[in-house]
Design a protein around this ligand. Sequence first.
Ligand code: MN
Length: 422
Amino acid sequence: MEQHKIDEYNHQHQAKHQHKFEFVAAGVANLGDVMQKLQAFQIAIPSWALGTGGTRFGRFSGGGEPRSLEEKIEDVGLIHALNRSSNSISLHIPWDIPENATAIKSMAAQFGLHFDAVNSNTFQDQPDQKLSYKYGSLHHVDQAVRQQAIAHNIEVIKYGDELGSKALSVWLSDGSNFPGELNFRGAFQRTLDSLRQIYDALPNDWKIWIEYKPFEPNFYSTTIGDWGQSYLLASKLGEKASTLVDLGHHLQGTNIEQIVSLLLMEGKLAGFHFNDSKYGDDDLTVGSINPYQLFLIFNELVEGMDNVKMDHATGIGWMIDASHNVKDPIEDLLQSVEAIKIAYAQALLVDKEALVHAQQQNDAGLAQELLQNAYRTDVRALVAEARLRAGGALNPIAVFREQHVRSNLVKSRGQKTIATGL
Ligand SMILES: [Mn+2]
């Protein structure tokens, strides 16, 4: 995406935008601070989200999908050029093994990108794999399987280290399908022991992020099933270990914002996998189903991070983890980043002093007014202005469509392409 095309679009729409921006800006007391924070806030793009996802029933490719790690980096580079809010990529090993780390790193740098957390995979068997993960990996009853899974995680750290990543993200599908199949205590202890060996292999400045999920692919128990189990493991491992919150990995009705608040208080919130859901781990576009919950989560994040004077942009890891079955993956990711920044901007607008006072007075009515005043503010022009100042597009999706990016990608990559790992 050539910069002049973005500039041209912005120029054409500048007057209308300026009007909207000035209107909303007039009501923001700490405008300079808000704009600076919005520009600094970046969300990592996972390498597996650039192709069309699928379900266990089928997969319908949209065409022009990235065929290699290099093409995935190009796609993230495009997203970042348009929104100036996605300056890193999170790799999944073995779907995206960097054969030549130096070349990959410098290619990413040309797009202004760096590498976020690396993700290991012991939830499926690879073609050349000796032992199967059918009955789990780090919790497996057979030590040889556990050792294979530990060695894989240590190899992922090695790949990440070559690329400048600073964190290993671990999600286990380990669990059981039927009551009685598994001894819970044994499974937990073996998982802890395996994680300890991985923890010991972390470079000094690295972290390990432990993700949890209540069900799927196992339907009776998951060995790291909720934030308490993840927190217990992270606490026993040590200060380099913390809990990763994937928004879709909760049962319906769970108060995620309360989980986030307490993990932050304990210094154990690693970061986020953003998505949205209606029923389970639906991996839908962020903010597409329940944007108010997203705002409430950001409200707790901002309050909790400010409480410990943590830098919002760098204090914890921000990443999308979504799947797109019917939408263009790039458009979907642009929508997700936008939804995150809107929720963040709204959280920055909450009148915190007044809220503390309302809480002290047990004034539930006023507390709700204060939160919803912020939530119901149309902050889109603030987010667009931050993007404009950073060199991005006033409307990233409009530019993507006007420039016919997808049809050009189909022309150069082909209609029937399948992104690696999908
Ligand atoms: Mn996730």
